[in-house]
Write a protein that binds this ligand. Structure first.
Ligand SMILES: NC(=O)c1ccc[n+]([C@@H]2O[C@H](COP(=O)([O-])OP(=O)(O)OC[C@H]3O[C@@H](n4cnc5c(N)ncnc54)[C@H](O)[C@@H]3O)[C@@H](O)[C@H]2O)c1
Length: 459
């Protein structure tokens, strides 16, 4: 009898373990309403997102940039020519069924906050005035030490963190009951908090809960929201770079409570460009001497980041991407000694319309030097809004599929993707996109696509 070839054994083993996993992830239907909980609901990203959804519901807004709404996905062999919309392949919650609730340090309703953010044209905002006016922020769990440049007064009075978490839990439960909500997702769109390192209080659920009771200085407001969300069975995604759900205690709690979590820091303007360009430079083995990135922006986010303690959190997040893409430790000659600098400058006249410059010093054949210049005149919140929508829709899918804990397949949307403790994060946007699409194929019971393609040419 002919012996099985090793690669066939491997692939049949792989198929078998995929089959077992498929049985594990049975997806329930997205019936009823999906409650969306947003800390920072009065910010530029949140209001641009919510106004866009309300405009869409009225037939006057296109959800450009959203994979869950506009993306297609290839199924089967290229010769089959099957590329359905993602939302036709997997059962996703409908945009019409989203219901919003949130908190902010400022008391403006969503209409006033959208006008203040100044991202969208006034006439467009007027079209959804009544819908936006109905969304009023709850009082925030806030600690000025974590964002000194904010001066809002819409803040809960309670001082004890554990009691504050319970206040949030009660509000979430009331929202769920009153609006007849079926499932919940929380997405942190609050300001970037100051830089924090993991400490012993973050280690276990017990140490964290003790820390809440004793108002530990290592527990930030965003961690209190994340704790409340997980306790209520709400999926949690972190759009900012600060330490939040990415601590062992909350990771463990998310597994115990069967809740998906993801983060962190929406990958929008300059970093998106970086993770598009860097994999290309590396794939052609062009060397790198330096990458200088600078930004000017004038929104509230820029004002918060003007404080060096808050900027440090953002800087860490922005700096990490190149190292993981170029892997200097295994590509010493090409990437062993590059200089990487990131700057953000608060410049009020520019508002939300950020301008980002990149100067990239590369070298090629025989060491000859070249330069690439990128000048991206972007709109921060316009780039972030579709990410917020996709994260809500896909985190809900994960929840319905019984996928708890860290959702690495959401890396596509983040500057600093959360991954398992033994893994390094994948920053290459093309690998991230493939990972996301293969996860969707897997959940839909379709074969993954590896782009080998030799089967088109050889028997
Ligand atoms: N493209 C982007 O816009 C982008 C990209 C990546 C990350 N982010 C991050 O997303 C977040 C939101 O960005 P933005 O431009 O909307 O900022 P923003 O300053 O306009 O909005 C943040 C809001 O959060 C509120 N807030 C702060 N702390 C809070 C708390 N403890 N509880 C409740 N509300 C709180 C603030 O009052 C503010 O209204 C920021 O952390 C930002 O760094 C944005």
């Amino acid at each position: 009898m002919e012996k099985e070839k090793p690669e066939e054994v491997n692939s049949s083993l792989k198929d078998r373990s995929l089959e077992t996993m498929k049985k594990k992830f049975k997806i329930s239907k997205p019936k009823g309403k999906l409650g969306v909980l947003i800390p920072g609901i009065g910010g530029a990203v949140s209001t641009t997102f919510i106004a866009g959804i309300e405009l869409y519901k009225k037939g006057n807004g296109k959800l450009f940039g959203s994979l869950s709404q506009m993306g297609t996905i290839r199924i089967g062999k290229r010769t089959e020519k099957k590329s359905p919309l993602i939302k036709d392949l997997v059962d996703l919650a409908k945009v019409e069924n989203l219901e919003f609730f949130g908190w902010d340090v400022y008391s403006d309703d969503c209409y006033k906050a959208t006008k203040k953010a100044g991202v969208l044209d006034g006439s467009l905002v007027e079209e959804v005035k009544s819908e936006l006016e109905m969304i009023k922020p709850g009082k925030a769990v806030f600690n000025k030490k974590f964002a000194e440049n904010l001066n809002g007064k819409n803040i809960k009075k309670e001082k004890n963190y554990f009691k504050l978490a319970n206040e949030l839990i009660n509000e979430i439960k009331t929202f769920k009951k009153e609006k007849n909500i079926d499932r919940l997702v929380m997405i942190w769109c609050g300001s970037t908090e100051i830089f924090l390192k993991k400490s012993s209080v973050h280690e276990t659920i017990k140490s964290f809960e003790d820390g809440l009771k004793k108002n530990s200085k290592f527990i930030s407001p965003s961690m209190i929201y994340a704790y409340a969300a997980i306790k209520c069975g709400a999926a949690y995604a972190n759009g900012a770079p600060n330490l939040s759900v990415d601590i062992p205690a909350l990771e463990k709690l998310s597994k115990n409570n069967k809740v998906p979590i993801a983060g962190k820091d929406f990958k929008t303007g300059q970093t998106l460009m970086k993770t598009i360009l860097a994999p290309g430079i590396k794939s052609r083995l062009l060397g790198l001497n330096g990458w200088f990135s600078t930004n000017i922006l004038g929104n509230r986010d820029g004002e918060v980041l003007d404080n060096p303690k808050n900027f440090k959190t953002k800087e860490e997040s922005k700096l990490s991407v190149l190292e993981h893409i170029f892997q200097p430790e295994i590509n010493k000659e090409l990437y062993g000694d590059y200089y990487h600098k990131v700057r953000i400058n608060y410049y009020p006249p520019r508002g939300d319309q950020k301008e980002a410059w990149d100067n990239i010093d590369i070298f090629g054949w025989l060491g000859y030097e070249m330069q690439i210049k990128v000048n991206f005149l972007c709109r921060d919140s316009i780039l972030a809004a579709p990410i917020v929508l996709d994260l809500i829709i896909f985190m809900d899918l994960a929840q319905r599929a019984g996928m708890d804990g860290i959702q690495e397949w959401m890396s596509f949307y983040f500057k600093s993707p959360m991954v398992g403790s033994k893994l390094y994060p994948e920053h290459d946007v093309f690998i991230q996109s493939m990972k996301l699409k293969n996860t969707l194929r897997f959940l839909a019971g379709e074969k993954n696509i590896d782009h080998l393609g030799l089967d088109y040419y050889y028997e």
